[in-house]
Design a protein around this ligand. Structure first.
Ligand code: ACO
Length: 427
């Protein structure tokens, strides 16, 4: 097998480009010397054929429907692990020992409160602000409150910033929700697990005791695991690019949240619920599918840029969906029945099968979140909460890479050639 690729222009060999092999996945042509040696760039809008970095964190094979965190299949982690253990794995590269896990859980629990002045910061927002708008602002503002962990060249500072982000983002996420409904903020409870604590901060009333439902807490923990990382997606690449300039980790995660907010990325489960509302009734499915085929609209929650097979997270989320609805006695909920009918019809229709359009994780996660009582406007916030560990793991991997450079894409310039300025009265 060839270990280099020759670049030829007008029958003249310009450069021999090395071909690199990863541990898994396709070979990669190393074009780092292309500009210096051949005076040319490559053009690849949307990075369809470009690896932006080397990474050891997550592997995806979209054709086979595989997703591994640090080599472990997502199915095994979702079945046997828990979110904080997965966080440790993503950050450190190995599963923790019992002692390491206990210590990590303890650290995260004890970092979950936010600086009291941060609670005042919220009052500057309008009550009707979208929770994601508040998330972008408040997570970015953490750098103003935790100035003792901003030296990115210091590994201890980096570790503290990572712990703080994983611990405090759920508290901030719940505060965004509580603020939007005019409810008082709930302090975190260290005796609760990560997902139980989030449910407590979201839904507890200070006037009553709150006992998180273990089935719901488990389902939420699984949603967090499934969304924890997804290699170099748009928001992770945004975090890496922001971090490549030396920006502090809180600012970088805020940039990731901003990117995730877009409907083509983190907003899809919200779109699934809106679509189900629009369809309204099983009798309207046929007409809706016809509209999809006529390209009037898309079937939200179907298809994926990378997975051209079943999204492995979708299969797990489907099972979780059934568990949650059965626990809450919602199996006959009309919206759920409508979703299942839609899924059944689409999976048998050649329009979808020929294009390899399968349900993605968002098709089911919106239904689960909605059943738990989480409002649609908070769906992307939950995604951001879970993805914070993925973003911060990639940020840390990049910062500690000795070859790291500031990200600076080039361009194919198609604007005007040089021309002379004309005074305004002569134009
Ligand atoms: N409904 C109907 N047709 C679709 C859908 C869909 N959901 N997705 C793709 N197609 C069709 C396209 O029209 C196109 O058909 P054509 O070849 O006849 O022109 C073909 O399938 C390929 O579509 P592309 O848009 O080229 O596929 P791409 O990989 O770029 O898009 C995307 C992926 C954006 C996710 C798309 O499938 C989509 O819009 N899905 C709905 C939104 C959604 O659920 N997003 C969540 C993604 S998962 C996540 O972010 C965690």
């Amino acid at each position: 097998m060839s270990d280099s690729v020759k670049l030829v222009k007008n029958n003249q060999e310009l450069i021999d480009l090395p071909v690199l092999q990863g541990t898994l996945g396709p070979d990669v042509i190393d074009i780092r010397t292309l500009n210096a040696k051949a005076g040319m760039f490559t053009l690849d809008p949307g990075f369809l054929s470009t690896a932006s970095c080397e990474s050891k964190i997550t592997f995806i094979d979209g054709d086979k429907g595989l997703l591994y965190y640090r080599g472990y299949p997502i199915e095994q982690l979702a079945e046997h692990s828990d979110y904080l253990e997965v966080c440790y794995l993503l950050i450190n590269g190995e599963l923790p020992t019992k002692e390491q896990k206990d210590q990590f859980v303890d650290i995260i629990s004890h970092h979950s409160m936010v600086h009291e002045q941060l609670t005042w910061f919220f009052r500057g927002f309008r009550r009707d602000a979208h929770p994601m708008a508040m998330m972008v602002g408040v997570v970015g503002a953490l750098s103003a409150f935790y100035q003792d962990s901003l030296d990115i060249t210091n590994p201890r500072h980096r570790q503290i910033a990572m712990d703080r982000l994983i611990a405090k983002v759920p508290t901030i996420a719940a505060m965004c929700y509580r603020y939007s409904i005019g409810a008082p903020f709930n302090f975190p409870q260290n005796k609760l697990s990560y997902s139980e604590n989030f449910l407590h901060m979201m839904f507890a009333s200070p006037c009553e005791e709150y006992k998180p439902n273990p089935v719901i807490a488990k389902a939420l923990d699984r949603i967090f695991i499934l969304h924890a990382d997804h290699e170099q997606n748009a928001s992770t690449s945004t975090v890496r690019l922001a971090g490549s300039s030396g920006a502090n980790p809180f600012a970088c995660i805020s940039s990731g949240i901003a990117c995730l907010w877009g409907p083509a990325h983190g907003g899809a489960n919200e779109a699934v619920l809106k679509m189900l509302d629009e369809i309204g009734d099983e009798s309207n499915i046929e007409a809706f599918i016809e509209g999809v085929k006529n390209r009037t609209h898309r079937l939200m929650g179907f298809g994926h840029r990378v997975y051209k097979n079943m999204d492995p997270r979708a299969a797990i989320m489907r099972t979780t969906c059934y568990e949650v609805l059965s626990e809450l006695g919602l199996q006959d909920d009309p919206k759920f029945k409508l979703a299942m009918k839609l899924e059944e019809i689409a999976l048998q229709d050649p329009y979808f099968t020929e294009r390899k359009l399968y349900p993605n994780v968002d098709f089911y996660s919106g239904i689960v979140l909605s059943a738990i009582g989480i409002p649609v406007s908070m769906f992307t916030v939950i995604f951001a909460l879970a993805r914070t560990v993925g973003w911060i793991s990639h940020w840390a991997e990049m910062i500690s890479d000795p070859q790291q450079k500031i990200g600076r894409p080039r361009q194919l310039y198609t604007g005007s050639k040089r021309r002379d300025f004309v005074q305004v009265d002569k134009r």
